[in-house]
Design a protein around this ligand. Structure first.
Ligand SMILES: NC(=O)c1ccc[n+]([C@@H]2O[C@H](COP(=O)([O-])OP(=O)(O)OC[C@H]3O[C@@H](n4cnc5c(N)ncnc54)[C@H](O)[C@@H]3O)[C@@H](O)[C@H]2O)c1
Length: 148
């Protein structure tokens, strides 16, 4: 995709770091933004920054570890903009410690955000994007026998 004007982009983990920068980069290119994060105050600050660029932006407090929360994010995106063209499953965490110092609780959290967050994002968004013709062909749509 080269022209982002009028496209709708969803970014998780949008309140800081890479996600915040993605929101600004896409907003600067004319995309409408659905920004999602667990951190409500920082999310609102990021949303206001994007809106100040002159594009539409909503913030949806979302916990990507929770399937229902990501489904609610998708509902909010379609309710507001009627289509979703880009999903950046960016929310991610790490434990700033040597691997041996991370306990099972730490790993459960890392996997819940970094792995399950992406799985929930794919399941909540991609089928509807395919139905709406909002994303390109995948192996699945090109080949009905594809098992991936
Ligand atoms: N910054 C880098 O150089 C770099 C390099 C490689 C990979 N990464 C990875 O990319 C991801 C983003 O990095 P970053 O530097 O922007 O991190 P960051 O900590 O600045 O931003 C992550 C955002 O995700 C949000 N978040 C955390 N848990 C969440 C949840 N359950 N649901 C929704 N949002 C949640 C946080 O509130 C935060 O706003 C991380 O997984 C990081 O490990 C970063």
């Amino acid at each position: 995709m080269k022209d982002f004007t009028g496209k709708t982009a969803v970014v998780t983990g949008a309140a800081s770091g890479i996600g915040r920068a993605m929101g600004l980069a896409l907003g600067n290119r004319g995309a409408k933004l659905v920004l999602a994060d667990v951190a409500a105050d920082a999310l609102e600050a990021a949303r206001a920054e994007v809106e100040a660029l002159g594009t539409e932006a909503i913030g949806v407090v979302t916990d990507v570890t929770e399937k229902a929360s990501v489904e609610a994010l998708a509902d909010a995106a379609w309710d507001r903009f009627g289509a979703v063209h880009i999903v950046h499953n960016n929310a991610g965490v790490l434990v700033r410690a040597p691997m041996l110092d991370a306990d099972e609780k730490d790993w459960d959290w890392i996997l819940a955000v970094n792995l399950w967050g992406v799985i929930h994002g794919v399941h909540a968004f991609v089928p509807r994007m395919l139905e709406g013709g909002e994303c390109g062909e995948t192996e699945k749509t090109k080949n009905p026998d594809y098992l991936g």
